[in-house]
Design a protein around this ligand. Sequence first.
Ligand code: ATP
Length: 247
Amino acid sequence: MNPDTRALLTVSDAHVAYGKVEAVRAVSLEVADNEIVTIIGANGAGKTTLLNAIMGILPLKGRASLAGADMAQLEIEDRVAAGLSLVPEHRELFSAMNVEDNLQLGAFRVAKAAAAAAFERVYALFPRLKERRRQLAGTLSGGEQQMLAMGRALMGAPRLLMLDEPSLGLAPIIVADIFRTIGELRAGGVSVLLVEQNAQAALQIADRAYVMELGEFILNGPAKEIAGNDRVAASYLGFTHEGASGI
Ligand code: ATP
């Protein structure tokens, strides 16, 4: 992280286990205000587990703080109120409810006037959702469902949005759209922690990156440097570049 920027999320020496099996081991990470940070890694590396633990869905051993405040005692809804939001891997929309009602659920803690402003913001970011606001979520395309999941998470005006595999199952042109929106979010003052298997797209948009293997971070640094790393290129980008640095 740039030493001049303030840490928004700080995780130190985090461990997360399913019973006796540790899926995340000794992980430390930081996300600053106005930063896009990505975690890349293969299937089963522990990325989803880590996001869920930061959100409070799974117990985290170690320390996690938001804007300097320890989150250990905070329930999920308190974390949401403190400015944390997660868009889960499988989106978890209410498919028999329409777009607007799904968005409304994301604003359940928000006062009426603020909710109206949140709808405006989300519809400005995703005009497609406004066009389809009366359509049932289950009948939307995959890309529109991802937009809706992101929109719902944004209704509470988070300071840090965590995205778990937003590109999953989407056509490349839609992925480009979603990633452009992530850039716009940052421009609007939201920090982003992005878990992605599409390492190429993630490294292009992120400021910094962490590489996760078997529950541990094996490498981190500016996204450009990580993209230039030989082993990352071979393992996650599908090519090797001449003269790239190894790990
Ligand atoms: P993916 O992209 O496939 O979701 P991931 O990097 O997000 O991969 P996790 O889903 O966090 O990885 O899984 C990390 C490890 O924890 C894997 O070995 C997985 O099998 C295991 N695991 C995940 N969920 C559970 C669970 N509910 N119970 C037991 N083990 C689990």
